[in-house]
Design a protein around this ligand. Sequence first.
Ligand code: FAD
Ligand code: EPU
Length: 345
Amino acid sequence: MQQITSMLIHTNYNLRFHNTFGIPAVAERFATVHHPEELSVILAAAGNPQDLLLLGEGSNVLLPDLVPGLVLLNRIQGIDIVRERPREVIVAVGSGVNWHQFVLWTLRQGLGGIENLALIPGTVGASPIQNIGAYGVELKDVFEELEAIDWRTGKKQRFTAEDCQFGYRFSIFKDKELARKFYLSKIYFKLTKGHHHLNTSYGAIQELLDNWQISEPQPADVAAAVIEIRRAKLPDWRQLGNAGSFFKNPVVDRDFFNNLRTDYPQAPSYPVDEQSVKIPAGWLIDQCGWKGKRIGNVGCYSAQALVIVNYGGASGQEVLAFSEQVAASVLDRFGVVLEREVNWV
Ligand code: FAD
Ligand code: EPU
């Protein structure tokens, strides 16, 4: 173990409890960051910035047996209201804050905007990376701006929503050019106060609110409905290792989809624009017979085929090989390429 100022740098550190797949990957070196100021020390010690891997809560990564270089666990804290208008509030949040704890904080303050994103695992700092989304809302809908530190220069830089180029499970930070070059340190959110624009149309949210006889829902009611739906569909990663949807839902041409519908009249889709639709990858995988199927330590979850699970003892390589078999059978049967949502490090 090496000590730099107040930071401990561990060697050969087991990441088993820092990724939701529960993969016992070993980091060559490992440190926890609590303050942005510590980064300059780290940058000086790290040598090659390409050898740095930033981890929030590891809920969207698949790790190999050995992670070379330095792994930094982001635990930068702090939630502050920085601007308040009659109907709107700007909140600055440290990137290491747990996302769901932040959602709960907004609900306690009576703020609206991220109630549909309740119970998504991970940190606030990772939320812009893939523009997290669920139940009709995406991070970009409440995003104001962010502060990031450039690994290469150590300088702080601000990114507006336009700079981030948000798309479906995409931001500029996923682009090859910028991937792993910035440490997102603080995120600013624009939330509603008093007059909320609630989105209850997606999935079973409205149905649950009706069952609960809530006719004038508040953000906390919508969050409660989302939490109930998510608990029924997704496995608890503490019991069954997983990283949520393993693949993105593929976007295809409407003509292609109409052809598919002649063979599969029940095929579901979500509209994207005039030319294209999204097909739920879970449906494609399910049709190929993978739902509930297990090979060795890995399988497709029995209630949601898009969630690949580690039954215990799997390596990252084993999960990857399983996912490649799944993707190959979808390509073979439907001619559709599945793109990974999970980051293979
Ligand atoms: P990590 O997995 O630690 O990191 C993900 C990537 O972002 C890595 O490449 C990492 O290097 C990079 N990164 C992390 N933090 C920073 C930072 N501060 N600066 C720069 N780079 C950074 N996602 C959805 O969009 N919608 C869902 O509904 C959803 N449901 C899920 C359900 C389950 C059960 C699970 C396990 C996952 C789900 N996910 C979902 C995926 C995951 O929760 C999100 O992608 C989340 O934002 C990842 O946060 P994290 O802190 O764990 O990131
Ligand atoms: N389906 C099946 N069989 C399955 C799974 C799904 O037929 O085994 C079909 C069903 O018709 C179902 C449809 O697929 O109605 C869609 O499934 P679901 O409502 O579970 O949503 P999803 O499209 O699989 C997406 C996101 C989730 C997000 C939910 C809710 C992606 C890749 N996934 O899942 O995000 O929580 O919608 O908005 O876009 C994540 O990104 O990790 C994630 C969990």
